[in-house]
Ligand binder design. Structure first.
Ligand SMILES: Nc1ncnc2c1ncn2[C@@H]1O[C@H](COP(=O)(O)OP(=O)(O)O)[C@@H](O)[C@H]1O
Ligand SMILES: [Mg+2]
Length: 265
């Protein structure tokens, strides 16, 4: 391992570490149950500023719950989650700020159907960030331009393709100037021909230094854009390694089995 690489697993609590690695998202001893199901088991995960971490694993392994825990859409039972050195706020204004700072993009887009594309991107800027409408709209238009949708601003979500809607959702998350973005299977609901237009936007964000956690089955994206691949099974992180190491020589039987299933077809 070269000295330029971030330390694996738990790093220093705050401040820049070796090689300029600064932790942005830290999960320490995180546990959660749904009833008898131990869905997050002793999760230790540190994500540095500017890192792109792809999370893969079988259905039901806890990938969505992990993302939702970081955004506090799911409360945890034990352990600590820090964003930029700060513990997650429990409620109120702090929680709204957290959700703005750690944006989330879901499989199902979650756009407001009765608002235009522009309004969708501007709304939280006005409500949460307190921006004036003109300022918010100007920023929204610039972001829509960035995701290739400048000419769609006045349409309603239903008038767009799935790939276009997902790019609006990404623009909406970016409008909050987030410190990090979480993507939970952002292309799983899309027709095949639309997957790349969304992955291209995500690749560009990764290249520009956005800190990202991406749950995806798109192994090409993982290979080309991820700094690390985290493989989950049964609520645990089983492997956490560089993509080429993970794909070329997975260490665990679980990962080998999973890869043989998804790479065969
Ligand atoms: N709100 C919930 N209540 C009860 N069980 C849940 C809930 N959300 C998820 N689960 C269960 O927790 C496990 C992990 O779910 P999830 O994090 O969605 O996995 P993944 O995203 O890896 O498919 C699954 O067995 C799922 O059925
Ligand atoms: Mg999921």
């Amino acid at each position: 391992m070269s000295t330029a690489e971030p330390p694996p697993g738990p790093g220093p609590a705050t401040g820049p570490g070796p090689g300029g690695f600064t932790p942005l998202i830290e999960m320490r001893g995180v546990n959660k149950h749904f009833g008898a199901l131990h869905v997050l088991q002793d999760i230790e995960l540190t994500i540095g500023r500017g890192e792109v971490v792809v999370v893969i694993g079988p259905s039901g392994s806890g990938k969505s719950t992990l993302c939702r825990a970081v955004n506090r859409l799911e409360p945890i039972e034990s352990g600590t989650i820090l964003i930029d050195g700060q513990p997650l706020p429990e409620e109120g204004k702090g929680l709204a700020r957290l959700r703005a700072e750690v944006g989330m993009v879901f499989q199902s887009f979650n756009l407001f159907a009765h608002r235009t594309v522009l309004q969708n991107v501007s709304l939280a800027q006005i409500k949460v960030r307190g921006r004036a409408r003109a300022e918010a709209d100007a920023k929204s238009r610039a972001l829509l331009e960035r995701v290739g949708l400048a000419d769609q601003a006045d349409k309603y979500p239903a008038q767009l393709s799935g790939g276009q809607q997902q790019r609006v959702a990404i623009a909406r998350a970016l409008a909050m100037d987030p410190k990090a973005l979480l993507f939970d299977e952002p292309t799983s609901a899309l027709d095949p021909e639309m997957i790349n237009e969304v992955l291209d936007v995500m690749r560009r964000l990764a290249h520009e230094g956005m800190t990202m956690i991406v749950v995806t089955h798109e192994m090409g994206f993982a290979r080309s854009a991820a700094n690390r691949v985290v493989f989950m099974a049964d609520g645990r992180i089983v492997e956490d390694r560089a993509p080429e190491e993970f794909f070329d020589a997975p260490e665990s039987d679980r990962a080998r089995d999973f890869l043989s299933k998804i790479l065969k077809h």
